[in-house]
Design a protein around this ligand. Structure first.
Ligand SMILES: C[S@@+](CC[C@H](N)C(=O)[O-])C[C@H]1O[C@@H](n2cnc3c(N)ncnc32)[C@H](O)[C@@H]1O
Length: 188
């Protein structure tokens, strides 16, 4: 069996090929691992509020949110195969082929944006997690600006990551974003 190399995770063609044979996989564990923390941050919203998930892959995250009563969920990914599989599995959410660094959504289109391990996949080839000027960190910076643009003021961005807070928080506190950041640790 050929194990993926770290850099594979940053390549769209890796995900496309992977999803042809793989039906479902949950990076960093499934919904139950995060449910209580998610509830803490989602409880200030109405269940009709609009949610965007970035890089849904073939995860059940959207279905799980829907089962908790959230009705208005859009998911994007760059893998058509992953999206087609999710569309067949769960017809009630929107699954859209879109690159999160250049989204075609209108400004302030969403109340909540969530990503699980998707920004992580952009950073796997960065030589140093400390070098915020690397091309990988700059790409994440562009994605964060896009999130800021499409998020309603007063909205919530939830980023579920394996990254240590001292690497991730500086990116979220970049000039121009104007976010207040809260960190929660999930016991593994
Ligand atoms: C590590 S997987 C995480 C999948 C899922 N969120 C989960 O938790 O199981 C990363 C996903 O991000 C997607 N992705 C990578 N770059 C992207 C981009 N620029 N725009 C949208 N999705 C992207 C990949 O296709 C892949 O499905």
């Amino acid at each position: 069996m050929n194990l993926p190399r770290n850099e594979d995770y940053s390549k769209p063609e890796y995900w496309e090929k992977r999803y042809i044979s793989e039906e479902e996989y949950e990076w960093l564990g499934g919904f139950q691992c995060y449910k209580s923390i998610l509830q803490k941050y989602l409880s200030k919203h109405q269940q009709s509020d609009s949610i965007l998930q970035l890089g849904c892959g073939n995860s059940s995250f959207s279905t799980d949110l829907r089962n908790e009563g959230w009705e208005n969920i859009t998911n994007i990914d760059i893998s058509l195969t992953g999206l087609q599989k999710l569309r067949r599995r769960e017809r009630d959410s929107n699954y859209v082929l879109m690159d999160m660094s250049i989204m075609s959504f209108k400004d302030k289109a969403f109340d909540i944006v969530v990503e699980k391990c998707t920004l992580d996949s952009l950073l796997v080839t960065a030589e140093s997690p400390w070098d915020l000027d690397s091309k990988q960190h700059k790409l994440v910076g562009r994605v964060l600006k896009e999130i800021k643009r499409i998020l309603n003021p007063g909205g919530t961005f939830i980023s579920i990551t394996f990254s240590q807070p001292h690497f991730r928080v500086p990116l979220l506190l970049a000039e121009g974003l104007g976010w207040s950041v809260q960190v929660e640790k999930i016991e593994g």
